[in-house]
Design a protein around this ligand. Structure first.
Ligand SMILES: C[S@@+](CC[C@H](N)C(=O)[O-])C[C@H]1O[C@@H](n2cnc3c(N)ncnc32)[C@H](O)[C@@H]1O
Length: 232
């Protein structure tokens, strides 16, 4: 987390939008660590999560139902745009990234935060493997949930946006997040049950065995996050 704090501590985010905010995980972190901000807006298409966020709104923290493919704001409206761990939930991330760029002022911060699964720490690999299985099961059930990226893929995506002054930082999550991931692993059988009627069920069970084996040998920690910030 030290890297995260260092990168955000010197930034004024001004008016910012967090795309795919879910429970505001990333938005609240920016709120806590940014040097300053004027207003933070989180958008998502998940109505249930947004309803739960209503009580967390403040005069300068707002959450809205909005589709990332069609941000209902004028061109160059925001001083900062962010997207965290959402790129792998999109079937056309290029369109969303261009839409975010559209609403960003020239000179504004474009922030991409994504975990990656090719880290060299065995305990984080357990999470990487778990997430790959989760995304494969979700895909089998018809949801848009792709594998997480490799570190270099995220950098390539960010580099393709033609941003200036790219800052690339890695950081690991707090123990609290690691414990959440361990709880998720405890629900692995429920995850498998969702796919019990699938032709791929046997394959999913074998993947689950490999994940359990990795866990028994190395434990589990959340995948490392890559934070890329550039200026439009
Ligand atoms: C894994 S969550 C990311 C949560 C949070 N940003 C974080 O960093 O932990 C992905 C979120 O993207 C949202 N999402 C997916 N497609 C979307 C779209 N087209 N427009 C807005 N939000 C979308 C989902 O509803 C979900 O809440």
């Amino acid at each position: 987390m030290e890297n995260f704090k260092r990168v955000f501590g010197n930034k004024d985010l001004g008016r910012a939008i967090d795309v795919g905010t879910r429970r505001g995980e990333f938005l609240f972190r920016m709120k806590e660590y940014a040097g300053s901000y004027e207003k933070l807006i989180g958008i998502d298409i998940n109505v249930d999560e947004l309803n739960n966020l209503k009580s967390k709104e403040e005069h300068n923290i707002k959450f809205q139902f909005m589709n990332a493919y069609n941000l209902e704001y004028p061109d160059r409206y925001f001083d900062a745009v962010s997207i965290s761990n959402t790129l792998h939930h999109l079937n056309d991330m290029g369109s969303v990234l261009q839409e975010m760029k559209r609403v960003l002022k020239v000179g504004g911060y474009f922030i991409i935060n994504e975990m990656f699964h090719d880290c060299c720490d065995n305990s984080r690999n357990t999470h990487g493997m778990l997430h790959i299985l989760e995304s494969e099961i979700d895909t089998e059930l018809g949801k848009i949930h792709n594998r997480t990226f490799e570190r270099e893929e995220i950098i390539r995506v960010a580099s393709s946006l033609g941003l200036n002054s790219l800052e690339i930082t890695e950081y690991n999550e707090t123990l609290e997040y690691d414990m959440k991931i361990e709880k998720k692993l405890g629900r692995l059988d429920d995850m498998l049950l969702k796919a019990v009627n699938s032709d791929k069920y046997e394959y999913f069970c074998q993947s689950a065995e490999r994940i359990r084996c990795n866990y028994n040998n190395y434990g589990i920690k959340r995948c490392t996050q890559l934070l890329v910030i550039g200026k439009k």
